[in-house]
Design a protein around this ligand. Sequence first.
Ligand code: FAD
Length: 460
Amino acid sequence: MTTSASALFEVERLRDVLDGSIVLPEDADYDAARTIVSGAFDDRPAVVVRAASVDDVVRTVRLSRDTGLELAVRSGGHSNAGHGSVEGGVVLDLRLLKELRIDAAARTATAQAGLTAAEYTLATSEHSLATGFGDTGSVGLGGLVTGGGVGLLSRKHGLTIDSLLAAQVVTADGEVLEVDDTHHAALFWAIRGGGGNFGVVTRFTLRLHPVGEFVGGILVQPATPAAVSRFLEQAAAAPRELTTILNVMPCPPLPMVPADVHGRLVMLAFVAWAGPVEEGTRVIDGLRAIAPPLADLVRPGPYISMFPPEVEDYHPVAAARTLFLDHVDEPLAARILERLEASDASMRAVQLRVLGGAISDAPADATAYAHRAAPMMANVAAFVDRPEQRDAREAWVDELSAQLDQGVPGAYVNFLAREGADRVRAAYPDPTWERLRQVKAAYDPTNLFHVNQNVPAASA
Ligand SMILES: Cc1cc2nc3c(=O)[nH]c(=O)nc-3n(C[C@H](O)[C@H](O)[C@H](O)COP(=O)(O)OP(=O)(O)OC[C@H]3O[C@@H](n4cnc5c(N)ncnc54)[C@H](O)[C@@H]3O)c2cc1C
């Protein structure tokens, strides 16, 4: 795509006033600057703006508005839908915005949107405090928080948005707003689950929770229908201190698992207990008793240990579907195992997150994430190693998710791939959707922020 001369002129003018910098296609670091986590997308933006201040964010929003160049807002770049970049447009990269202020006495933190979950948690762990994010340390706060945030402290402390006290938002007009329950309350409601539709969140004020006593790690066990359904049943019945993420999948070549287990179907669970160690050990022993562990790294330790170092420059391509479930009984677990056996994808998995606990404490209309009553979240995924595999992998995830579907409505917007407007619409209940559209009409009527799981503005 070519960029008009006048747009290029505006981009050059931006370079002169920015606190940060711009990267253009002719620059040596252009490929690095345009790369996002998902390997499925190869967009070539006209410019990547590395914002170093809130003023830079305002300038970039105005550049997009004035030139008509499409705007992609990027924090951690983890969008499975490739929304951290845009062909021929402007990428507003927030990764230099990493200011973090911790008030340990008040148990709050103010964090700029370019921080990752691991960076934030490493700093707060100095005070034995944490805010729950997701299961992966490199995910950016910007996308994770605005979508909801479902992670390893969720049953104990709720979604990330349940710990969100206030935010700073740059709107489509380039206005900088401080929002909370009493200031721009509708906007504050919308950015808690409505994604990046309403503005660029530059700063989050988050509640911190004590995590001094914590037990967690990875537990690997053989997968059988009885073991899978029992694990989920016990995890749901456990006190809310326990949050688990169960991956049913062929065992990856983990060094701590005997080589003859690699490739066999296992339950690979992230287990997190946020509470007294003695009680946690007793509850987790109940999970261990379901099937003899093949690897057991679950132990008392700091919560930050749940975010180990990650492989850098990893850009997998995956077909994936997400849905909510009511329960997984033995026949359904048998179906999952059968379908996993039947696939030849180099990685395929069904991830099952037991929800409930503090997630369900808030009413459905408290935030734009409305699925408070959903008991479980599933993600079905298969790697696409070569383009010619895509159709078969998509068909496999479609078929298995249809078999899992128990009619529990909705979907978690942060796990949607690029699946079309109908799936975005289906992610929200009607009242939530209508309210989001009203907020969109008030704050972004021209849909400047549309490189996302898009909510169209209500018509006047
Ligand atoms: C490996 C992996 C593991 C994951 N695990 C979890 C998990 O455990 N729990 C969970 O809840 N989610 C999880 N996710 C999903 C993740 O929360 C979403 O993909 C999220 O949108 C990523 O945020 P980001 O800032 O890294 O991504 P980006 O690609 O930078 O942005 C994603 C979207 O958010 C918007 N956005 C980004 N920053 C801002 C901002 N500052 N203001 C407004 N809008 C913004 C973007 O426009 C884009 O639409 C996971 C994703 C991956 C790839």
